[in-house]
Ligand binder design. Structure first.
Ligand code: MRU
Length: 361
């Protein structure tokens, strides 16, 4: 493990490839500590994903891709058959790490396609191709986030007060962020944007991560508890909502961090636009609607307390679904790298994939 503070001028590098190993910012200990943890195998990366060292849909996808590259390196001394069997186990262990974010499976499929395309080559050549593909997935993620940011920034007025839920920032991606990427791009374009960050119970991604990212960059941010959003909306203190997503079904239903649905209902009630920043890699055309999106249920102790502090009565029954589904008709627009999709539905989403729009990625 290496340790290092983030100097104000540095950009946040959630994952980095260092001398054939993967380093990831340990998001469990932010903002109290800023540290990188090193990974050398698929099983280690899967454990890092499960434990939330890395989280956020695109970042999980990048981590999984690097996990396959690491596994290939670790198996590099084996004969081709044993190498193939070992790499297959690497795919399995990573696919079992978290169920909701489709970017995980999207990235693994991309790595598998590269492996298959080069299967006739030597093990050493396959390893190099897998490393290059993982690096390209991460680099492409930043380019996509910047494209989404440019499209989304145009939707925010100068002076807008923007509510966001969870963390869809640089920490949830390879850089720039999806929802926070839209905010960053608007600020870069000279707009005065202020952020209202839901704390995001129970894992506190808003309080710990979104607030930290915004403070690092001196973007004005106000932290609220999740149950304060309705009050602020009713007082006219929120102009727009921008969130990220873990999986969008073919009909436009949006799975995102638990509590997002509540925010979308409130936004509709108050006539506030509800935008979802969504790279195409997060759209799952194999799932017809949100009811079929697998929703991760996490450990009870995330709800009964935080770290060493337990506040709930011992013996109480607990539910801890980590995500919820916002029906498509509550979504004002999807912000994608190909452009803004107003009032997304099945037809408009299908069109996104059918039409080849040059995006210069
Ligand atoms: O449980 P997490 O922290 O992985 O959940 C993250 C979210 O719900 C994000 O909003 C989503 O992944 C979009 S990140 C660009």
């Amino acid at each position: 493990m290496t340790q290092q503070g983030l100097n104000g001028a540095q950009t946040i590098q959630t994952l980095r490839w260092v001398e054939g190993q993967l380093e990831m910012i340990d998001q469990r200990v932010l903002p109290a500590r800023f540290e990188y943890v090193r990974y050398a195998s698929a099983a280690e990366v899967a454990q890092g994903i499960r434990a939330m060292v890395v989280r956020g849909a695109p970042a999980i996808g990048c981590a999984a891709a690097y996990g396959i590259a690491l596994e290939a390196i670790a198996l590099g001394h084996l004969a081709p058959t044993a190498f193939a069997a070992g790499l297959e186990r690497g795919f399995e262990v990573l696919a079992a790490s978290r169920p909701t974010a489709v970017n995980l499976f999207w990235a693994l499929n991309r790595m598998r396609r590269i492996w298959q395309a080069h299967q006739q080559r030597s093990v050493a050549e396959i390893i190099n191709c897998l490393i290059a593909e993982a690096q390209e997935i991460a680099a492409e993620d930043v380019r996509i986030n910047r494209a989404m940011g440019a499209h989304g920034a145009a939707l925010l007025a100068d002076g807008a007060r923007v509510l966001t839920h969870c963390n869809a920032g640089a920490l949830a991606t390879a850089g720039h962020g999806t929802a926070l990427g839209v905010i960053r791009s608007a600020v870069e374009a000279g707009k005065r944007i202020s952020v209202i960050a839901d704390e995001t119970r129970p894992f506190l991604q808003g309080a710990r991560l979104t607030a930290w990212e915004m403070v690092q960059e001196k973007i004005p941010v106000t932290l609220i508890t999740d149950n304060m959003a309705g009050h602020l909306m009713s007082r006219g203190e929120i102009d727009a909502v921008v969130v990220g997503t873990d999986r969008v079904a073919a009909n436009g239903d949006v799975a995102n961090k638990i509590g997002t649905y509540m925010v979308a209902v409130l936004a509709q009630r108050h006539g506030i636009p509800f935008y979802v920043a969504c790279p195409l890699s997060t759209i799952d055309l194999t799932i017809a609607d949100g009811a079929a999106i697998p929703i991760e249920e996490r450990a009870a102790d995330e709800v009964t307390g935080f770290r060493d502090c337990q506040w709930a009565a011992k013996g109480v029954q607990v539910r801890n679904p980590a995500f919820d589904v916002t029906p498509f008709d509550l979504v004002t627009a999807l912000i994608t790298e190909k452009g803004v999709v107003p009032r997304p539905d099945q037809t408009r989403i299908a069109r996104l994939f059918a039409v080849e729009v040059p995006v210069n990625l």
